[in-house]
Design a protein around this ligand. Structure first.
Ligand SMILES: *[C@@H]1O[C@H](CO)[C@@H](O)[C@H](O)[C@H]1NC(C)=O
Ligand SMILES: *[C@@H]1O[C@H](CO)[C@@H](O)[C@H](O)[C@H]1NC(C)=O
Ligand SMILES: *[C@@H]1O[C@H](CO)[C@@H](O)[C@H](O)[C@H]1NC(C)=O
Ligand SMILES: *[C@@H]1O[C@H](CO)[C@@H](O)[C@H](O)[C@H]1NC(C)=O
Ligand SMILES: *[C@@H]1O[C@H](CO)[C@@H](O)[C@H](O)[C@H]1NC(C)=O
Ligand SMILES: *[C@@H]1O[C@H](CO)[C@@H](O)[C@H](O)[C@H]1NC(C)=O
Ligand SMILES: *[C@@H]1O[C@H](CO)[C@@H](O)[C@H](O)[C@H]1NC(C)=O
Ligand SMILES: *[C@@H]1O[C@H](CO)[C@@H](O)[C@H](O)[C@H]1NC(C)=O
Ligand SMILES: *[C@@H]1O[C@H](CO)[C@@H](O)[C@H](O)[C@H]1NC(C)=O
Ligand SMILES: *[C@@H]1O[C@H](CO)[C@@H](O)[C@H](O)[C@H]1NC(C)=O
Length: 792
């Protein structure tokens, strides 16, 4: 122990003096859970065992799970040395885990799974500190398996057991980490109460302690150095992004320039063959904080290793990390899971934050649903059930009569007023950086040229125009910085060729008339004979969107039967050949680049990339004429939703529903423009920002105010207040990375204010900013205060 302390003292002294030191490895300590184990998740011999993970006799296959101690992402977790021999996890039920020694903690790591099958469910853990304060941690319990789709997870197994036999949906255990307030030692952790469904199970917990090094200087480690699939063209060289995460391990109380990185430091990679083309920059790293920094390199190999080197403002190397494994930039993907799993969202998508989703199709003709249903589901809802208890069935009968079938709406889907230039102009004015147009919804009607796969499209029928081509081409020529994506439904409700693959609400097979009018089976207008839905329709259509239409985002829907391995390899390689980077979401039936909560969001930082989508309508993507436009999301809701999501590492895809003629109605347009006007002056606190490791928002907001959200850039820290500041003051009761000499300005429509007066209460860490009434009232929707670091 004595030697270790001496060693740490030496490191810091040298750091200050400008000598290079070798940084310690990022530490983690397993927290023993055995005393709390109360559930057996895994079986070694299949069904009929004692394992019952989900309360319905379901179990993990013990043979597919790794044994402990287990290393993941540089962390250590305890796992059983053999699975299937007894309890192996904590089914959360309000238990309290006492730490043997209360410890200042930097980060807490969970290995967990929910035991339901739907969307992630909020599960709140409480951290209790020695000073009797507490802090709530919002863990979203991703479920062990997800129907029709594939989750990306720390531990992925090919199936699980049900009482009736194997279920072949991929089954997982997830890892998630959170920063821990470190102003007082962590004493205990209270588990959430037991839920009635989607129960939370914890397989392992691991703690990264703070390092209380009192000798002065920051206490740095490299959390990880990750060789990514992202790249950038730098002077004709394709440079790979290495994401380096630096941590300052000191506890939070010690914040001062002396304990922080408070001047410009650069970050490089050093290893055989590796050349740093463009170093990363870190200007500020306070105690307890982490910063993610892209270093652009060439020459990394599959079996090499490299160290991270940090230089101070004078160019002296002040610190060198342990070795990290390298992996080369992938320039050619092969259609197999190992290759495609490596892919991740491109830097442009990470920086873009805000996109416009467009649900437009034959359903835009009836444009109707009751308040709690999606209008684009009209063709399905009319039959659920086909009787007078169903508002859609009644509406259709009253409005069109029983002789009108869904395909009769095709000629009225005219797009007669569709002006692609006007649309892309609007998206641009709205502040969006990308858009995603529905290219084919579950009704199977495509808005593009589907070649010899089907004539059920807008080129042969309805408008007789290639609507996807018009919008994408126009965007490409008129708004080259606006990124282009398409939504694509993998299944079709009533396509007879899908019947062999049908499932759940996508059975395939012709629709039965809802009013007993003959013929009983409705036609599937435009269908042509093909052998196989996946080979002859789904895959060629998706490949055409990738190759002929040059999309940058493939936003699949539903998942299920798919040829996505083939598609994704073609998509990625075609883009790579053209020097572009593209992405797919999590509904392609295959491993995703990003998750997509729908009319839902996360209440905490998710380190894996995600994108939340919602309609302008309270509950519809397609235009719903039954909704009063006064209920649409207004400028304030759009801005605050966007900032909230961005503060938690997500993107916001806001949906609009144009009319059958192709117009974006005035209330939707105006609300988009309202949000766009704010983004014009406050966008620096949104675009190209990062989440802040120590939290997305003020944990103790003033009474009756919505907590302010935080975002960061290498040179700034943003505090975006959602409540209008009162009494000429904004206060944030959390220690922020703000130091003497920094300027704080409010972003106003006519430009940032001059620096505002501010101060920090040394005892509590509370920041107060003084702001005049005239500044406050000049701003609408959200008040973006930008801290501009004084960079030494
Ligand atoms: C925390 O609460 C306990 C029990 O109420 C009390 O004994 C202890 O003094 C408190 N500690 C602090 C630091 O306030
Ligand atoms: C996935 O789970 C669903 C629902 O239990 C089941 O119907 C389906 O057969 C499973 N898929 C596979 C490939 O086993
Ligand atoms: C750090 O260590 C110093 C010296 O041992 C001690 O006085 C101080 O209370 C410790 N602070 C924290 C936050 O652990
Ligand atoms: C920072 O270090 C300087 C020089 O060692 C010292 O004078 C100063 O008091 C320290 N400041 C703080 C806040 O610890
Ligand atoms: C390392 O990988 C490269 C190709 O990436 C190969 O040429 C070389 O032989 C490998 N070296 C070792 C020691 O495996
Ligand atoms: C289409 O919209 C653009 C941009 O708003 C406008 O300049 C143009 O006149 C419009 N074209 C037609 C035919 O209305
Ligand atoms: C459609 O055309 C492509 C290319 O011409 C051909 O390879 C494919 O077999 C055709 N598909 C069908 C179903 O005829
Ligand atoms: C997607 O297709 C692959 C390959 O056929 C299959 O293994 C996987 O189960 C499919 N995904 C879903 C969710 O059905
Ligand atoms: C729509 O909402 C506004 C504002 O609440 C209200 O004045 C108006 O009467 C509503 N219109 C309809 C058709 O319900
Ligand atoms: C915007 O909508 C929200 C939520 O419906 C509402 O609380 C707020 O008052 C609206 N703002 C304006 C300016 O109408």
């Amino acid at each position: 122990m004595a030697t270790k302390t001496a060693f740490l003292l030496l490191l810091s002294a040298q750091f200050l003096a400008g000598f290079s030191v070798t940084l310690p490895i990022y530490p983690s300590q397993t927290l023993p859970l055995n005393d709390l184990f109360n559930n057996q998740a895994a079986t070694s011999e299949g069904t009929g065992s004692t394992a019952d993970f989900d309360g319905a006799g379901g179990a993990y296959d013990g043979q597919s799970l790794p044994t402990g101690p287990w290393k993941y992402d540089g962390l250590t977790f305890d796992l059983p040395s053999a699975w299937g021999n007894g309890n192996d996890n904590v089914l959360a039920d309000g238990q309290v885990l006492q730490l043997q020694d209360p410890t200042f903690a930097h980060e807490l790591h969970f290995l967990y799974a929910g035991d339901g099958t739907g969307s992630p469910v909020l599960s709140v853990f409480t951290l209790n500190f020695a000073d009797n304060s507490s802090y709530e941690v919002n863990l979203y319990a991703k479920n062990w398996w997800v129907w029709a789709n594939v989750n990306r997870a720390a531990i992925m197994t090919p199936f699980h057991f049900e009482t009736t036999g194997k279920n072949l949906n991929g089954t997982n255990i997830f890892q998630w980490s959170t920063s821990v307030p470190s102003e007082s030692p962590l004493a205990s952790i209270t588990f959430p109460p037991q839920a009635t469904s989607n129960r939370m199970h914890v397989f392992g917990l691991s703690l990264t302690p703070s390092i209380n090094d009192t000798s002065g200087g920051p206490s740095l480690t490299v959390r990880r150095a990750r060789f990514t699939t992202r790249w950038e063209d730098i002077n004709g060289v394709r440079a790979q992004a290495v994401e380096v995460t630096l941590a300052n391990m000191l506890p939070g109380l010690t914040l001062s320039p002396n304990t922080s990185i408070a001047s410009r430091h650069t970050v490089e990679l050093v290893g055989t063959g590796i050349q740093t083309i463009s170093p990363g920059v870190v200007n500020r790293l306070v105690p307890a904080d982490q910063a993610r920094i892209d270093v652009m390199v060439t020459g990394s190999t599959a079996n090499g290793s490299a160290v991270v080197q940090i230089r101070d403002a004078s160019g002296n190397v002040v610190a060198t990390s342990e070795e990290f494994p390298t992996s080369p930039l992938v320039e050619n993907y092969t259609p197999n899971a190992d290759s495609l799993t490596m892919h991740e969202t491109p830097s442009w998508w990470n920086a873009a934050k805000y996109g416009i989703f467009i649900h437009w199709g034959v359903y835009s003709t009836p444009a109707w649903s009751p308040p709690n249903q999606y209008a684009e589901w009209y063709d399905w809802q009319i039959r659920q059930p086909p009787d007078s208890s169903n508002p859609t069935w009644v509406h259709h009968l009253n409005t069109y009569g029983k002789d009108v079938i869904y395909d009769d709406f095709i000629p009225d889907f005219t797009a007669s007023k569709f002006n692609a230039s006007a649309w892309v102009d609007l998206f641009d004015q709205a502040g969006a950086k990308y858009f995603v147009l529905v290219s084919k919804h579950h009704d199977g009607f495509a808005l593009f040229d589907t070649g010899n796969t089907t004539n059920r499209n807008s080129v042969q029928l309805g408008p007789k125009r290639d609507l996807v081509a018009e919008l994408l081409q126009t965007a490409k020529t008129e708004k080259p910085d606006l990124h282009r994506g398409t939504y694509y439904s993998l299944p079709e409700w009533f396509n007879p060729d899908f019947a062999k693959y049908g499932f759940s609400s996508w059975p395939g097979g012709l629709a039965h008339n809802a009013y007993n009018v003959s013929p009983e089976l409705e036609p599937y207008t435009g269908r042509i004979d093909i052998d196989d839905y996946l080979e002859d329709l789904q895959l060629p259509q998706m490949v055409d969107l990738a190759v002929k239409y040059d999309i940058e985002i493939m936003w699949c829907d539903v998942g299920g039967p798919n040829k996505t391995l083939d598609f994704a390899a073609t998509f990625y390689n075609h883009a790579m050949d053209q020097g572009r980077q593209v992405t797919i979401n999590d509904r392609c039936g295959f491993l995703p680049d990003f998750d997509t909560p729908e009319y839902a969001t996360f209440g905490s930082i998710q380190t894996a990339k995600w994108e939340s989508s919602e309609g302008m309508d309270p509950f519809s993507y397609g235009l719903n004429t039954a909704t009063n436009a006064s209920q649409y999301k207004n400028g304030s809701t759009i801005v605050q939703t966007l900032v909230d999501i961005v503060s938690k590492n997500g993107n916001f895809l806001l949906d609009i529903g144009p009319t059958a003629e192709g117009e974006i109605i005035a209330p939707m347009m105006n609300n988009l423009l309202d949000a766009g006007s704010w983004l014009k002056y406050a966008g620096d606190c949104v675009y190209d920002t990062e989440y802040w490791f120590l939290g997305s928002q003020d944990p103790n907001p003033q009474a009756n105010t919505e907590p302010a959200r935080f975002t960061t850039t290498p040179t700034t820290f943003c505090i975006v207040a959602f409540s209008q500041p009162v009494d000429g003051k904004v206060t944030i009761s959390k220690r922020l990375p703000v130091m003497d000499g920094d300027d704080i300005v409010l972003l106003r429509p006519d430009g940032p204010t001059t620096p505002l007066a501010w101060n920090i209460d040394q005892e509590s860490g509370t920041l107060s900013i003084e702001v005049s009434e005239s500044d406050v009232t000049a701003v609408e929707y959200a008040w973006a205060f930008e801290v501009r670091y004084q960079i030494g």
